[in-house]
Write a protein that binds this ligand. Structure first.
Ligand code: GDP
Ligand code: MG
Length: 164
């Protein structure tokens, strides 16, 4: 049984980009349910010889009538239930948003390690300043990354596997 790492975060912060960066092309089909599709969100990954299973909770598909707040709650619940480590992704360019705070509130209730991946941090000077806003969320591990360009993802994964 491999450790499970779940990515959570509001839409458009770069969850899928980070997921793809970490797993490469090792997507594995896992399961399907009638009203909620969860079959494309799992993939095998590995860092420094340590295998783990990645989950992109943002890839869960819902019926049209499900509201954003409910979706985010469900995604957080999946992460809290299934994950050994939670990668809470935020957008350093947008800064801290109310949605980020709502997700943080859900994640704080879990007794699981949470690492903040502060994404879109290509402009490292700007990002280093913007990073401090996110400590308000209550998690002490904050990694600056650029999922699109790859900066910081190695340090992030070092942090992730240190919790296995
Ligand atoms: P998701 O909704 O959280 O899964 O976000 P996506 O992975 O679909 O990305 C949302 C948008 O942000 C896309 O246009 C991505 O190209 C962009 N994006 C993702 N990662 C980065 C990054 O590291 N830097 C920048 N500048 N854009 C990014
Ligand atoms: Mg996505």
């Amino acid at each position: 049984n491999k450790p499970v790492v779940a990515i959570v975060g509001r839409p458009n912060v770069g969850k899928s980009t980070l997921f793809n960066r970490i797993v490469g092309s090792r997507i594995s089909i896992v399961e399907d349910e009638p009203s909620i599709t969860r079959d494309r969100i799992y993939a095998d990954a590995e860092w420094l010889g340590r295998p783990f299973l990645m989950v992109d909770t943002g890839g869960i598909e819902f019926n049209e009538e499900v509201k954003m707040k409910e979706k985010m709650r469900y995604q957080a619940e999946i992460a809290i239930e299934e994950a050994d480590v939670i990668l809470f992704t935020v957008d350093i360019r947008d800064g801290l948003t109310n949605r980020d705070k709502e997700i943080a509130e859900l994640l704080r209730k879990a007794d699981k390690p949470v690492i903040i991946a502060a994404n879109k941090a290509e402009n490292i000077k700007e990002a280093k300043l913007a990073k401090y806003d996110f400590y308000e969320l209550g998690f002490s591990e904050i990694c600056l990354v650029s999922a699109q360009h790859g900066q910081g993802t190695g340090d992030l994964l070092d942090e992730v596997i240190s919790h296995f």
